[in-house]
Design a protein around this ligand. Structure first.
Ligand code: NAP
Length: 473
């Protein structure tokens, strides 16, 4: 049962705008309409950019930006239940995962407020070179300019928070385009920012045709940075087209985990069962490929499969549900085709339970199977025995992706080798690589992206540095 019916207008220059054309937002679980959103096109996106550019002519001091960010964090806390239910309704995310996301968004705003107050340049030791003797040097950090932010469906609140909060901390006005499937949480967040005292123009939200809105953001020279979270082809194409802008990309992964022969096998299996299937695997760092030392392979599989089979499938609005729907029928069809096409052995799952994909474990798929080398973005993980840590590291790295990876081991040597040799932006030890807290530097290498989020790091990406050199008397 859908608990919330929301109707939202666009936010442009401080006004809530009704364009007379509405997009229905449907529950991926029931198909029911859970909200309607006014549709924007190129015209609204241009007006939004005008407003953002005007807003930045009167900079907001850091203490005011920090106060607004703190107030939003407070409002997210007070309205936690409403926020979590809205995420669950529009994304089909099980309520327990939606509650975690809602709480994390508070944390994102809280850390961004800290960064707003700390944002500063640094001293340059000028007399470290002979030519600099007698001079004072320091840097100023200035907001980069208007930011175009584009966000995906799978964390419709907290990944929007990771765009909006650091941009405000950095002193930048934003034109946000949230995912068309899940715009309601983004518009609720916009409401909270306005209620927290954000002046007109500092945040503008447009929902509608991705290419129409994207084209304006790419082509308008006043948009100085595009911050994008989503799939690789879309992200890299934006970067190619917007050659003169800073284009920060947070993209996908095919997340590997290594279980070494000395690992705590039941603990590793429990973490994999929990982190390969949460939100039906629709996290960019959902565990997908598990490489297990052959000596403990049977034990690992015997521990894992019953835990996976015990996960509760069902209505995301039910507090007990572990695994709900994937975002739409196209995604469902694609995932089932990839399972069907694998040469590996399906140990559990592999088909539908009602309308939901059963959590699926596949043993020994070929490296070229899509479930091995592409990002599944569904409730599927693979298990493969290996003969050495070398082989596990080689297979983990045999991907074009590089976001996060993990290892379970009792040995510091193994852990540190993995940390050094896994070609990923983050490596977890005795924790699933699905782990993220919001102050961490988070982002990928290779096809997974070119930036780091987490307010401290995102603020650096959204500011320019000016060096000031003063001749001393
Ligand atoms: P997506 O299809 O790439 O969409 C992401 C956003 O881009 C949406 O707002 C989408 O709008 C927009 N978009 C699509 N085409 C565009 C264009 N031509 N110009 C401008 N914008 C365009 O990705 P998704 O399916 O929502 O999200 C799943 C992907 O995101 C996965 O690959 C996942 O790994 C990745 N992801 C990465 C991270 C990370 O932090 N690294 C976090 C979460 C997700 P519409 O919705 O209107 O199409």
């Amino acid at each position: 049962m859908v608990a919330t019916i929301a109707e939202k207008r666009l936010l442009i220059d401080g006004d809530w705008v009704d364009t007379g054309d509405w997009i229905d937002v449907r529950s991926p679980y029931s198909g029911d309409v859970v909200g309607r959103v006014a549709r924007a096109g190129a015209g609204e996106t241009r007006k939004a950019t005008d407003a953002a550019e005007r807003a930045m002519r009167e900079p907001l001091p850091a203490h005011k930006r920090a106060e607004i960010l703190v107030r939003v964090a407070g409002a997210l806390g007070r309205r936690h239940d409403e926020v979590a239910r809205l995420i669950s309704d529009e994304a089909g995310k099980p309520l327990k995962a939606a509650r975690v996301e809602a709480a994390r968004a508070m944390s994102t705003y809280t850390f961004a407020a800290v960064e707003a107050r700390k944002l500063a340049g640094e001293m340059v030791p000028m007399d470290a070179a002979q030519a600099g003797e007698g001079k004072l040097g320091f840097t100023l950090r200035r907001p980069i300019g208007v930011v175009g932010a584009i966000s995906p469906f799978n964390f419709p609140l907290n990944l929007v928070a990771h765009k909006l909060a650091p941009a405000l901390a950095a002193g930048c006005a934003v034109v946000l385009k949230p995912a068309s499937a899940t715009p309601l949480s983004a518009l609720l967040l916009a409401e909270l920012e306005v209620e927290a005292g954000l002046p007109p123009g500092w945040l503008n939200v447009v929902v509608g045709s991705a290419s129409e809105i994207g084209d304006v953001l790419v082509e308008d020279e006043r948009v100085k940075a595009i911050t994008f979270t989503g799939s690789g082809p879309v992200g890299w194409e934006l970067r190619r087209r917007a050659a003169k802008k800073r284009v920060n990309l947070e993209l996908g992964n095919s997340t590997p985990v290594i279980v070494a022969g000395d690992a705590d096998v039941p603990a590793a299996a429990a973490k994999v069962a929990q982190n390969a299937f949460s939100f039906a695997g629709q996290s960019c760092i959902s565990v997908q490929r598990v490489y297990i030392d052959r000596e403990v392979y049977d034990e690992f599989v015997q521990e894992l499969v019953p835990k996976v089979e015990a996960l509760k499938l069902g209505d995301p609005a039910d507090e007990e549900t572990d695994v709900g729907p994937v975002i739409d029928e196209d995604a469902q069809r694609r995932i089932l085709e990839w399972i069907e096409a694998t040469s590996g052995e399906v140990l559990t799952g592999g088909g539908l339970d009602g309308d939901l994909i059963r959590p699926t474990v596949i043993a020994n798929p070929a490296p070229e199977d899509k479930v091995s080398c592409e990002e599944v973005f569904g409730p599927v993980c693979t298990v493969t025995p290996v003969d050495s840590l070398d082989e596990a590291i080689r297979l983990s790295n045999a991907t074009r992706y590089g976001l996060q990876a993990g290892i379970f081991t009792a040995t510091l040597d193994n852990a540190l080798r993995a940390a050094q040799e896994l070609e990923f932006g983050g490596v977890t030890v005795n924790e699933a690589p699905t782990f993220r807290t919001d102050q961490m530097p988070y982002g990928g290498v290779k096809d997974s992206g070119n930036t780091r989020e987490g307010p401290r790091y995102a603020v650096r990406e959204l500011t320019e540095e000016t060096v000031v050199v003063v001749e001393l008397p």
